[in-house]
Design a protein around this ligand. Structure first.
Ligand SMILES: [Zn+2]
Length: 454
């Protein structure tokens, strides 16, 4: 090869490298823009996969990962200028032990994970900054004594799912068997995930996106329905369905709480009881979430759902734990976000005391279960409230509502309610007929036994 050819080749090489560099930055920018566009037509789903068949070695590995995540988080936080250094190259950090610092090596955290932890702190700092600018009083980010979630940012790089072998490969940590992969549909686009530690085990929360028109909506069984959130019976629909799911703290939970308070602070025993207590809380939370899921799944069968957005915080001071234990606030926010056409009525609108037929205000005490009006309207008070909410939500005036009357509960609605809501043992469903008599539906057997045990 002569000199000219060599020079030409290096020149060509440089041009190529530059082209690659430019196009890489361009490419990333383009993909980001494309992704942003695509997300507009997609819906997000999060699937929970449980890590299975964990050997002692793998548990130790996972525990080490959560520990290292904590070390790195606290190390970055103690001097936030470290956030601007290449965090993914950090090999060891100083950890405070007693009153001095010790060097600890990061052996199982992958480079992507390290960077994601730094990004998480940056994100939190930005969020705090925004709050501060809006005039809120904000504190500083605190050091953590536990880190129970590890972000896995890039699918295919940080982690990868194998649908045939039912496992997940995580950067450096290796391969784990997972349960629940069948939930993820074939056409789903898999995005980031979070490795989560709970008292009941280790989980992977996988975020997926699906095209909106691929998500089939539920078969419609009714056009519009009003929902009244009560205290005694949790939800009453304008068609006379009552849904009650009171999940009180279990006896075991109370016993463990008492036990914990008797244990010496800092002892191994106390740690063990706290672990059991957290496990019990998790169980309760799972039941509550399932009850919410069932209610949402049922309401999705209606074209429109109207409910009153009122202050639950005020209630819980009035009625105590009963409001909290059903998590009504959480259910409302899920109604707001996951239904296609949620309509909320102003919280200052009176609904419970108004006659649905003529709009006359009545003086009802909490013990009056039925509203009887001079105009001839007689109705269960909660159903009446749900009807008033429905009328206000649809923007109908009183005169328009008079011919409407009470919508009849169709056999289809009845069957659907029994099928969906009855599958959760903690939900009690009952139907109020036009005459005001109550009929018990399926479900709730467990709940009754549960109540008796208390
Ligand atoms: Zn009336």
């Amino acid at each position: 090869m002569d000199e000219r050819a060599r020079v030409f080749n290096t020149m060509w090489y440089n041009v190529e490298v530059n082209a690659v560099l430019v196009s890489k930055a361009e490419r990333i920018k383009n993909t980001l823009r494309e992704t942003k566009e695509r997300r507009k037509t997609q819906r997000v789903f999060v699937y929970e996969l449980k890590l299975q068949n964990l050997s002692k070695r793998k548990v130790a590995l996972l525990e080490r990962a959560f520990l290292e995540a904590k070390w790195l988080y606290n190390w970055l936080l103690s001097d936030i200028e470290r956030l601007d250094t290449p965090v993914h190259k950090v090999k060891a950090v100083e950890v405070k032990v007693g009153d001095h610092y010790e060097q600890r090596e990061l052996t199982v955290l992958g480079s992507h994970i390290k960077r994601a932890i730094a990004d998480r702190i940056k994100h939190n700092l930005r969020a705090l900054g925004r709050l501060k600018r809006n005039g809120r009083k904000v504190g500083a980010l605190k050091h953590k004594s536990f880190v129970n979630s590890i972000p896995l940012k890039q699918y295919g790089m940080t982690y990868k799912l194998d649908f045939e072998r039912n496992n997940v490969r995580i950067q450096i940590l290796g391969v784990f068997r997972v349960l629940g992969l069948h939930q993820i549909p074939d056409d789903a686009e898999i995005a980031n995930a979070v490795l989560v530690r709970k008292p009941s085990g280790y989980y992977l929360h996988v975020t997926c996106y699906r095209s909106k028109d691929r998500c089939v909506s539920a078969d419609k069984i009714g056009d519009a329905v009003g929902v009244d959130f009560g205290v005694r019976s949790k939800l009453t629909l304008s068609n006379g369905i009552k849904i009650d799911f009171e999940l009180r703290e279990t006896l075991r939970l109370k016993r463990l709480q008492r036990k914990l308070s008797r244990k010496q602070i800092g002892s191994k025993n106390r740690e063990r009881v706290r672990f059991l207590l957290n496990k019990e809380y998790e169980k309760l939370e799972r039941r509550r979430r399932d009850a919410h899921n069932k209610v949402l799944a049922f309401l999705k069968h209606y074209g429109m759902v109207v409910f009153q957005d009122d202050c639950v915080k005020g209630w819980s001071s009035l009625f105590g734990g009963a409001v909290h234990s059903s998590g009504i606030g959480g259910l409302k926010s899920r109604l707001r976000h996951s239904l296609e056409t949620p309509i909320s009525v102003e919280r200052m609108e009176t609904t419970t005391r108004e006659c649905f037929a003529c709009g006359l205000r009545h003086d009802l005490s909490l013990s009056d279960r039925v509203i009887v009006c001079e105009c001839g309207w007689e109705c269960d008070r909660d159903v009446n409230a749900a009807l008033v909410i429905l009328r206000k939500g649809l923007g109908l005036s009183r005169n328009q509502a008079v011919g409407v009357g009470r919508p009849e509960l169709t056999p289809l609605e009845r069957a659907t309610a029994a099928r969906i809501l009855g599958s959760n043992p903690y939900i009690r469903v009952s139907f109020i007929d036009e005459g005001g008599s109550l009929s018990q539906a399926t479900g709730g057997d467990h709940n009754r036994a549960f109540c008796m045990r208390r």
